[in-house]
Structures are given as structure tokens and as C-alpha cells.
Design a protein. Structure first.
Lengths: 348, 244
């Protein structure tokens, strides 16, 4: 200890204090405030190159070793204000996968001078914005057809209402469905990603708004033909629809509860006390299963071919998503329940 | 004819095993060569048929009838090409190939065959001629490529003739669809009206108009894609001769 004290006073304070172990109380009074790390605080240097052209875009020196990729993105944004963090893809390899915002610099396989590659993801838009826009459209558009606003049907039908009560029921169900989606977007869902590419909003809105208009046109048409089996068919369809709406909502709540607020953790979902979640025993993505069920119910209720098409297209897309999700569950969790199928029990 | 190939392939294929190869294996190559040779021959038959009919009649009018059957057969046969992409023995996009083939099949069956009144139109001859020359060159190009003996002339023809043939074909197609419109409207061909128990309607007349409109964004994209391909494929020979 005396030797240490000698050393401390003998050498330059600036370097010696940083290098030695915690100084005992007998040591000289002058003491630099210790940084978070007990060991040497070796600052990193970060250079960011364009993934395609390999041009040096940015050089950051004196980066803390425990800085996250997210923080580095913010620093990069300062020197290139047009590339806000959400549109930056930072990777170790020009053709590699994007690093996550939570990744810590010193835990990455880089030397003290880290080289990252940057790719511009293009203009980004928040998921919440996209969802709100793409769901408000069908809600409004369907109502325009329901109230037979001018220029849709023959003028003599303007602002008239259908004489079939199933048409009123269908309007309530359709509207309920999209109001539910809007409320879930605002209050229930916890998104992994903040943003998606801007062009998605045009693609998604075309899909949702287009199909909504196509379905609504026929259901609210003056020449609409109600279901063949009448009240029986409509009643069964309504039960299926409501059952699946509650089911879908239950799954959304269960998934929300898996994840603490503000976090992006991923866990295996399991059945809860709510019987509607017991389907987790057989299926990885029961929210899609219930969604399919809802639209099958609506198809049965309206007996409308365009609704059947919409259900089919939606089913195909959701199956693709479910298979992808199922695959990532299997990859991430060794103990993933083997009985589960992606979207349809035992089948798909 | 191509139905025989899958039957015999199972036995021999056992040796090749379930390993995924990049590009077609030897058996797939043999099949593709046969397919492309047959298609080249088919379109040559159509070409010869057109020439003979013209010489016999002395006019361009009504030549469609002389090649109607082989045209339908060989153009429809091209649907196999979608399968080739799906299975992976041809490295093209299923969607793109599907789209191209189905648009040809659509014109052959849903327009020319279905609307008898347009069959005597000159516009039909226009697109049939364009298709015939294009396909003869295209299928021989594939045949020679598969055999690794591609004469420069064929390559040059494939990437040059389209400059004239593509607009020629498009013009013929559009004029034919346009000619079909009044008959479709009058007879309500392929159309479904309300009310009906499926609560669905389809107006083929409007659909045909939308098809015509779709040429506006699609044709330039495909055309300029081919022009860019031409520069890439044929361009390097020009570089050697240029002295800047």
C-alpha cells in the first residue's frame, strides 16, 4: 500500500489515477472523480461508411464504450440532419443484418476503432400513423356507401336506407371492427418497431380502402340480395363474428401483457385464465386465426363474393406473417411448444 | 409431349438426390432444350402458315384463320414457363413470367377467340406477326444458350428486333381490344349483373378499358427495361470498337 501511495504521488496524476485500483483512504486527497468503469475508460472511435459506396460519411471520436447503437445514430443524425435515426440502418457488414438500437458498442465484435456501414432506409413513417390512417379509411368509406351518398348509386336512391335489416347489422359489425382496431392501435398494441418505410402507407391504404369500397358497394346496393338461409344464416354468422372479435381482442391483451411498457422483449405467449386464449395451446398466432374467423363470419352474414375475396386475400397474407412469426419463435426459443401450428390448428 | 419427361425423370433423378443445385441439372437442361426446340418449331409453323396463306390469298385479310389452331396451342403451351420458374429450373421471377404469359393467353383466348368479330381485323395480324418473330428468336436464343453455343446473331436479334416488334405488338393488341369493345358491350360477354345471390357484378367492357389503360404505365417500363438490358448485353462489344 505504501508503494502504491508512492507511485500515486510520483507519477503524473492524470494517467496514474485512471489506471490504478480504487485508492485507499490514506492516499493523497486530490482524487479525480471515478468514471462508471473501474478499469481504464478507453474511448472508442467510430467511423461510419456508406454501405454501397464505402465513402466515409462520419467520424465520431471519444465515444463511450457503453454507448448504444441508438445513441450513435443520434450522433450521426447531428452531422447528417436529413437522416433521422429511424431511417438509419447501421451494420457491421455492408450486406449484413442491421444492428439493434439496444446493442452496446463494447459488446460488439469491433476494435477500439469501430467501422460501421450505413444504409438509408428511406423516408419513414410511424406504425401508429399508418395504422390509424389505414383503419379510419374503411370506417368512413363504408359509411359513405351505407348512407348512399350521391354519385355512387342511381340518383333516386341517394340518402335512402336499405330495407334489409342484415345490411344495418353488417354496417354495425364492420364499423365496430374498425373502431376496435383504432382503439387497439391507440391503447393496446406495443410495437417492436417505431417506423416503417413511407411507401407502405400508400400500399396499405390502397388495399384497405379499396377493398372496403368494393365490399361496401355491394352490401349497400339497392339490388342487394340477402342471405339464402335468412335469419338462421345471419344469426350463426353474427355469433361467429362476435366470438372471434372477443377472441382477437383477448389475444391482443395477452400479447400486450407479455411486454412491459416501453420494452421490446419477446416471450413465448401462453394460455391465460381467459378461455379465449386457450387456443395458444394449438396455434402460434391466434390473433390471425380469430381475424380469419371474424371475416368468415362477415362473409356468411352478407353472402357477398367480394367479402369472400377480401377474406381470402387477408388469409393468405396472415398465413405468410404467421409462418414467419412461428419460425422466429422456433429459432429464438429452444423450449417452444411443439404442438403449435402457425395459424390453423394442426393444418397450417 | 412434355408430359413424358416427368414420368421418366423419377428413376434417373434418384441419383441426383434431393440436393438443391443452382440452376438446372442435366435432366432439367435436357427437358428445357426439348421444350425450347419444340416451341421454336411451333412458332416456325405459324410463320410458315402465315406466309403460305398470304401467298395463296394475295392479301393480308383474314390470315388469322390459317394459323388459329397452332397459335392457340403454342401460345397456351407457354404457361409451362411459369411452372419452370416456380420449380426453379429457370432463374426468372414467377410473378413477372406469369404476368407476361397470362397477358398473351388473355389476348389469345379472352379477346381474339371470344369475340369472333375481331378475328378478321388487320390488328390481329399485326400482333400475331410481332409475336411470331419475337418467339422464334426468343426460343432459339434459349435453346442455344442452354447448349452453350449461342451465335452472336441470335443474341443480337433478341436484343434488337424488340425495338420494332414490341411497339408493333402493343399497337396490334390495343387496336384489337378496342375493336372488341362494342361487341362486348352489346352482348354483355363475360359480364355479371345485379341482382344475384352472390352480390357480385363484373363488367367485362369496363375491364377491357382498364386493361387498355394499364398499358400506359406498363409498356414503357418493360420497353426501357429491354433497352437497358440491350446496353448491358450488347454494349461491351461497342466499347471495344470505340476509341474515345
Amino acid at each position: 500500500m505504501d508503494a502504491l501511495a508512492l507511485e500515486a504521488t510520483g507519477s503524473k496524476k492524470a494517467t496514474a489515477v485512471a489506471v490504478t485500483a480504487p485508492i485507499p483512504s490514506q492516499a493523497p486527497a486530490k482524487r479525480k472523480p471515478a468514471k462508471k468503469a473501474k478499469k481504464a475508460v478507453v474511448f472508442f472511435e467510430v467511423e461510419i461508411l456508406d454501405a454501397k459506396t464505402k465513402d466515409k460519411l462520419c467520424f465520431l471520436d471519444k465515444v463511450e464504450p457503453n454507448a448504444t447503437i441508438g445513441e450513435i445514430k443520434s450522433m450521426f443524425h447531428k452531422s447528417h440532419p436529413q437522416w433521422y435515426p429511424a431511417r438509419q440502418s447501421i451494420r457491421l457488414d455492408p450486406k449484413g443484418k442491421s444492428l439493434k438500437d439496444e446493442d452496446v458498442l463494447q459488446q460488439l465484435p469491433v476494435g477500439t476503432t469501430a467501422t460501421f456501414y450505413f444504409r438509408d432506409l428511406g423516408a419513414q413513417i410511424s406504425w401508429v400513423t399508418v395504422f390509424l390512417t389505414e383503419y379510419t379509411g374503411p370506417l368512413v368509406i363504408y359509411l359513405l356507401f351505407y348512407f348512399r351518398v350521391p354519385f355512387i348509386y342511381t340518383p333516386k336512391y341517394d340518402f335512402t336506407t336499405s330495407k334489409h335489416w342484415v345490411v344495418h347489422l353488417a354496417c354495425m359489425c364492420h364499423s365496430f371492427h374498425y373502431v376496435k382496431r383504432l382503439l387497439e392501435t391507440l391503447f393496446v398494441h406495443r410495437f417492436s418497431h417505431g417506423t416503417m418505410p413511407l411507401r407502405n402507407i400508400f400500399k396499405n391504404c390502397t388495399y384497405y380502402w379499396g377493398f372496403a369500397a368494393w365490399m361496401a358497394y355491394y352490401i349497400n346496393h339497392p339490388l342487394y340480395t340477402p342471405p339464402i338461409y335468412g335469419e338462421q344464416q345471419i344469426r350463426l354468422a353474427l355469433i361467429v363474428f362476435l366470438f372471434c372479435q372477443i377472441g382477437n381482442f383477448s389475444i391482443h391483451i395477452a400479447l400486450r401483457n407479455l411486454r412491459p411498457p416501453g420494452s421490446k422483449t419477446r416471450k413465448i405467449p401462453y394460455p391465460t385464465k381467459n378461455p379465449f386464449t386457450w387456443i395458444f395451446l394449438l396455434v402460434s398466432c391466434p390473433n390471425y386465426t380469430y381475424e380469419l374467423g371474424s371475416w368468415l363470419g362477415f362473409t356468411l352474414m352478407t353472402q357477398c363474393l367480394p367479402v369472400a375475396f377480401f377474406t381470402l386475400v387477408g388469409f393468405i397474407q396472415m398465413t405468410v406473417w404467421a409462418k414467419g412469426k412461428h419460425r422466429s419463435y422456433l429459432k429464438e426459443f429452444r423450449d417452444y411448444p411443439p404442438l403449435r401450428s402457425p395459424i390453423l390448428p394442426f393444418v397450417l | 409431349m412434355s408430359a413424358a419427361a416427368p414420368g421418366t425423370s423419377k428413376a434417373a433423378h434418384g441419383e441426383a438426390g434431393p440436393k438443391k443445385k443452382k440452376g438446372p441439372g442435366a435432366l432439367a437442361t435436357a427437358y428445357l432444350v426439348i421444350y425450347n426446340v419444340v416451341m421454336t418449331a411451333g412458332w416456325l409453323v405459324i410463320a410458315v402458315g402465315l406466309v403460305r396463306a398470304y401467298l395463296a390469298r394475295g392479301s393480308y385479310h383474314g390470315l388469322y384463320y390459317s394459323i388459329e389452331k397452332p397459335l392457340k396451342f403454342f401460345q397456351t403451351g407457354a404457361v409451362l414457363e411459369i411452372l419452370h420458374c416456380a420449380v426453379g429450373i429457370v432463374p426468372s421471377s414467377v410473378v413477372l413470367t406469369g404476368f407476361q404469359v397470362m397477358s398473351r393467353v388473355f389476348l389469345t383466348w379472352a379477346v381474339t377467340h371470344s369475340v369472333r368479330e375481331v378475328q378478321s381485323e388487320d390488328s390481329v395480324l399485326l400482333f400475331v406477326t410481332a409475336w411470331t418473330i419475337t418467339e422464334i428468336i426468343r426460343y432459339s436464343f434459349y435453346t442455344f444458350s442452354l447448349l452453350n453455343h449461342l451465335p452472336y446473331l441470335i443474341k443480337w436479334a433478341r436484343y434488337t428486333f424488340f425495338i420494332v416488334l414490341y411497339p408493333m405488338g402493343v399497337t396490334g393488341e390495343l387496336l384489337t381490344i378496342y375493336a372488341a369493345l362494342p361487341y362486348v358491350q352489346k352482348t354483355g360477354l363475360y359480364s355479371v349483373t345485379l341482382p344475384n345471390k352472390y352480390n357480385f357484378s363484373f363488367d367485362y367492357y369496363t375491364f377491357l378499358i382498364l386493361v387498355m389503360v394499364s398499358y400506359i404505365p406498363l409498356f414503357p417500363q418493360l420497353y426501357f427495361h429491354m433497352i437497358r438490358q440491350r446496353k448491358k448485353v450488347l454494349g461491351h462489344t461497342e466499347d471495344y470498337s470505340k476509341i474515345e
